[in-house]
Ligand binder design. Structure first.
Ligand code: DGL
Length: 300
């Protein structure tokens, strides 16, 4: 029987559920442990040092729950803490920024990429570097006209506008994604992106897919909305295959899986804050039942 891998996911709150949903839909033979650091949400204006510390605590906790792979389902942590976390832990990790930037490069039609994200992610410039790196590593746009221009050395693709959206996360965490307030605020944030003529908009915060209907309503059909989660799942599939192959070829030892015991479960949810609020908001946003949410205290 094929071994079920345990994927650990963390975010500041409910945002990572948008990534978890993609994983559960596309990878039928994995188990997922989710940690939402709801006592310390939002992460969007935290310092790099804080984000590294929170990341270390989250990863340590998830490994303790049997996670063999970590998905950093938080762009803010991915943009700031991920390189340090990769250095400090042996477990493989996938972040949001590299896959998201690559997907935007592939999908843009006019080469004018826009980004909405937390202030910290915008300030880090991780997505601009991610776009340049994706191009340098050979990601090519699917649009043939753009591809040709790019192959001829023209500066055909760039992140032309990045907008910090600090009010989005508190609104979503409060269960107000579909409110008049969210609409008004979204209009204010999206206007500069429209003015910059972006044709592909990266949702550079895992909370934002919950606002996709509102964003779509404002931007209309001409702007492509890029959700990095789709590319993250592709990367995760490849990584899991590589892990299987390495174990089958005897290059590494398969973990014993003793932490999991014999019980059958597909998902487990942990938060540092109020489990009831997480369950309620998560259930409404995801429309999949979240039965049990356990509270954990990571540090005093
Ligand atoms: N969902 C997270 C992100 O992708 C965190 C946002 C926040 O807590 O401010 O950036």
């Amino acid at each position: 029987m094929k071994k079920q891998r345990v994927i650990g996911i963390f975010d500041s709150g409910v945002g990572g559920l948008t990534v978890m949903k993609e994983i559960l839909e596309q990878l039928l033979d994995v188990r997922v442990v989710y940690f939402g650091d709801t006592a310390r949400v939002p992460y969007g204006n935290r310092s790099r040092e804080e984000l590294i510390l929170f990341g270390e605590e989250s990863v340590t906790f998830l490994i303790g729950q049997g996670a063999e792979v970590i998905v950093v389902a938080c762009n803010t942590s991915s943009a700031t803490a991920l390189p340090i976390l990769r250095d400090r832990f042996d477990v493989p990790m996938i972040g949001m920024v590299e896959p998201g930037a690559r997907l935007a490069v592939e999908k843009t039609i006019a080469g004018r990429i826009g980004l909405i994200a937390t202030e910290t992610t915008v300030r880090s410039k991780a997505y601009s570097s991610g776009v340049s790196r994706a191009l340098a590593k050979g990601s090519v746009p699917e649009n043939p006209v753009l591809r040709e221009a790019w192959q001829h050395g023209e500066q055909a693709i760039a992140l032309v506008k990045a907008q910090g959206c600090p009010l989005f996360v508190p609104l979503i965490e409060a269960g107000l994604a579909n409110s008049a307030e969210a609409r008004g605020i979204a209009r204010t944030y999206l206007t500069p992106l429209q003015a910059a003529g972006v044709d592909a908009l990266i949702l550079g915060c895992t909370h934002y897919p919950f606002l996709e209907p509102v964003i779509r309503e404002i931007l209309g059909e001409d702007v492509l909305i890029v959700d990095p989660a789709l590319a993250v799942v592709q990367e995760l599939k490849v990584l899991l295959q590589q892990m299987d192959q390495r174990e089958q070829s005897g290059l590494v030892l398969a973990p014993s899986g003793s932490v999991l015991g014999k019980s059958h479960w597909r998902t487990r949810y942990f938060v540092s804050g109020d489990p009831g609020l997480f369950r309620q908001v998560g259930n409404t946003l995801l429309q999949v039942p979240i039965d049990l949410v356990e509270q954990v205290i990571l540090s005093e």
